[in-house]
Design a protein around this ligand. Sequence first.
Ligand SMILES: NC(=O)c1ccc[n+]([C@@H]2O[C@H](COP(=O)([O-])OP(=O)(O)OC[C@H]3O[C@@H](n4cnc5c(N)ncnc54)[C@H](O)[C@@H]3O)[C@@H](O)[C@H]2O)c1
Length: 326
Amino acid sequence: MLYVVSGAAGFVGSNLTDRLLSEGHRVIGVDCFRDYYDPRIKRRNLSRAIARKTFQLLELDLSRDTLEPLEQAIGSRTFIVYHLSAQAGVRKSWGRSFQHYVRDNVQATQRLLEWCKGRENLQNLVYSSSSSVYGNVDSMPMREDTSIPRPYSPYGVTKLAGEHLVHLYGANYGMPWVACRLFTVYGPRQRPDMAFSRFIEAAMEDRPITIFGDGKQARDFTYVGDIVEGFRRVETIKDREVINLGRGERVRLLEVLSALSEILGKHIEVEYVEDQKGDVRDTWASVDKARKLLGWEPEVDIFEGLAGQVEWTKTLSKAKSRSVSG
Ligand SMILES: NC(=O)c1ccc[n+]([C@@H]2O[C@H](COP(=O)([O-])OP(=O)(O)OC[C@H]3O[C@@H](n4cnc5c(N)ncnc54)[C@H](O)[C@@H]3O)[C@@H](O)[C@H]2O)c1
């Protein structure tokens, strides 16, 4: 099968791309290497993929570039789109930078959908949504049939707008789609602005870890390998479903810190700062629907997954110090 992965150079997109390639599929990766974090990290994420003949990279900005190169690369072949490109991150979505969220999460999604509509060779479009669409809910766990999701951050609003766009293109043009609401993803290649990356790096360098709020807030942390497995299963669902992909467990940040301290075998110093606007108190996914429709069961628990991310970070920093000294 031929796949188009938007956001292929990012954290989740590059993990998905590697998985598709390892299964023997062809992948066209689309990314414009935004500098929200160092684009060199994104190039590194794609280093394995780039070495394969079955991978093609299109450096396109979906919010403004012509999609003619995509047209040419696909030709008349059937294909599936995984739409993961986005401006991620809750905290930076306030103020002037909101325009970047509108550009990359709303405008780019609308342009991609315009390009997709009416294409008979499109088998499915998988939209990467977020638990951020839920906001602070009255009853836990968070279920897909929540009547009107009320995001708590500007980022969440743009991800929900993307869901609405996908929905309305499906309703008007008969386009197949499925949307996955991802819950805090972690593991190898995690974005440097995300909590586990910051925690691991600070702890390895014996710097104090900054925690926003009291550390008792909980997240449903989900290992990237489990997310990729969920994505692989979801593409067969064509009847326009919204599906949570989360581990289905609430873990407090303070519990993460004690696990990290055990994994690294050292005491970790914590600095508490004011909680951030837009951060919800807790997230917790109901995964009943994913279990039922996909037969999906997240396999990696927080200790194992965190240890995996620590190992990956260590390997990376060894490679960096070798290249500096070499
Ligand atoms: N990481 C998480 O915990 C998490 C949780 C919920 C939802 N998501 C969603 O999953 C997806 C992937 O997230 P991630 O953490 O891998 O983010 P990421 O920032 O690592 O990857 C996103 C990629 O999209 C690219 N991009 C942005 N705008 C683009 C545009 N206009 N045209 C082409 N490329 C563009 C960026 O350069 C980047 O490489 C996003 O849609 C995000 O909203 C992620």
